[in-house]
Design a protein around this ligand. Structure first.
Ligand code: C5P
Length: 225
């Protein structure tokens, strides 16, 4: 059965500012979505790439990915969760997909080793996610400091997140329609699925705010890229 990468790129990216949604913006000479597509295609363990985009963004996707061949696209939903669900339903119809890697287009610098580790992690678990240990002190509070929270055993969870396709589909179907989810692994956990943690990478930080783009350009846009 196939292993397919699903890239979610149907968000508005409003927190990032700018005239176009952030997934179509350029960093290090390529659009964010273009970087993601290239990196999945370059990995021998990935058979196909599907991108979830907002309605009417087909031309923007073609411009952002070109001159590389256009990947298959599906129309996303009002939330990240719905965008993923739409892509998973399309893959279920295909009938030949064994594993999926679900990835945010807003994380363009995807190391090959992370994909290797995720695919290896899937061997024994229903899911595998890249995560980094929390290094800062964590605290509650509003204007003034409240309680400091132990960071022991806490992780910053990234994407891509790898799953057996049937398991993550069931998890999406079981999840309450009115409840939001910031990633997919929490849905699999909610129905008791097993999820391995593999080593994340600072290269995978999500580009969210305007300053993230300037920093990423400084880090990855130099002549060495
Ligand atoms: O907004 P945020 O950075 O959390 O979005 C994470 C990813 O989910 C982005 O790549 C964004 O394009 C995608 N997304 C989506 N459909 C939505 C909302 C977000 O595909 N309705």
């Amino acid at each position: 059965k196939k292993t397919v990468a699903v890239i979610v790129a149907a968000g508005k990216g409003e927190r990032a500012g700018g005239d176009v949604p952030k997934q179509f913006r350029t960093v290090a000479g390529r659009s964010l979505i273009g970087h993601c597509v290239d990196r999945f295609r370059a990995h021998p363990g990935i058979d196909d790439v599907v991108v979830a985009i907002a309605e009417g963004q087909e031309n923007a996707l073609a411009r952002a990915v070109g001159p590389a061949p256009l990947p298959r696209s599906v129309i996303g939903g009002a939330s990240r969760r719905e965008s993923v669900a739409n892509a998973l339903c399309a893959l279920e119809t295909d009938g030949d997909v064994g594993a999926v890697l679900i990835h945010d287009a807003a994380r363009p610098f995807l190391p090959e080793t992370v994909i290797d580790d995720l695919l290896a992690g899937l061997g024994a678990y229903e899911g595998a996610i890249p995560a980094l240990p929390v290094v800062d002190t964590l605290a509650r509070g509003y204007d003034t400091l409240g309680e400091t929270v132990s960071r022991e055993g806490l992780w910053r969870v990234q994407t891509p997140q790898a799953f057996r396709c049937d398991a993550i589909l069931s998890a999406h179907r079981a999840w309450p329609a009115d409840r939001e989810a910031t990633d997919d692994a929490q849905m699999l956990r909610a129905m008791g699925g097993s999820v391995a943690i593999v080593k994340g990478d600072t290269m995978l930080e999500k580009l969210t705010h305007p300053a993230d783009f300037a920093l990423a350009e400084a880090r990855f846009g130099g002549p060495s890229m």
